[in-house]
Write a protein that binds this ligand. Sequence first.
Ligand code: CTP
Ligand code: MG
Length: 240
Amino acid sequence: MNSQSNPKYWAVVPAAGSGQRMRAEVAKQYLQINGKPILQITLETLLNHSSIEQVVVCLASDDQHWTSLPCAEHARIISATGGASRAQSVLNGLLALSSTTSICNEDWVLVHDAARPCLDQHMLDKLLEELVDDPVGGLLAIPAKDTLKYACGTDQRIERTLDRARVWQAQTPQMFRFGVLRDALQRALEAGLEITDESFAVEQAGYQPMLIEGDALNIKVTTPEDLQIAQKILETNSSN
Ligand code: CTP
Ligand code: MG
């Protein structure tokens, strides 16, 4: 048994979305960048980190592509069935971890979008290092650069200007203690909240997750233009 002083690290990769905004024939995690499926690139980054024990990938129930990926057979990968929402997919992944591994409540779980293939190892190291003694967890995020306006209703008129110094854009990985995250997601889903990231569920449970400054290049591939941008970023990363 590992104790709180020696927690292990695990990862969950939600990959059960259909990529509506990408408008492609296949879900965006299976589109290729430089000849490699996005999901394969994302999983390799996590598998290449020696501290991560195992990675759970959460797949759509009608997924037809997973088994053709080289990493589908990897010894450190477990697959789980995703859910109707990203939060449900992540919770299913956490439950798969608890039923198939020795995970403890104090262990760390990194949740990372399948659609963020540009994460680099330095950012992963930074997240692990800065949270090492934290009781709850936190996430990679980017301090806002532009002045931010908060709109009133839907008529595109400004209600107020936000204090930019306090606004951050959330990314993934988001890393939390397993017990904290599982309970927070379960409670938020039962309450019917719209959960857009893990941190939101943890905030709703009364915690204040830590913001760790990330890299703007860790983009989420969302629309067709993002494919070219991600390709450029990955080419630059690999030449450094
Ligand atoms: N995701 C998931 N289960 C869902 C919905 C989303 O596992 N029910 C995953 C996606 O596969 C993606 C990540 O959550 O890796 C972030 O979601 P997003 O970028 O919104 O992806 P999609 O939901 O697939 O895209 P869209 O919103 O454009 O349909
Ligand atoms: Mg979505």
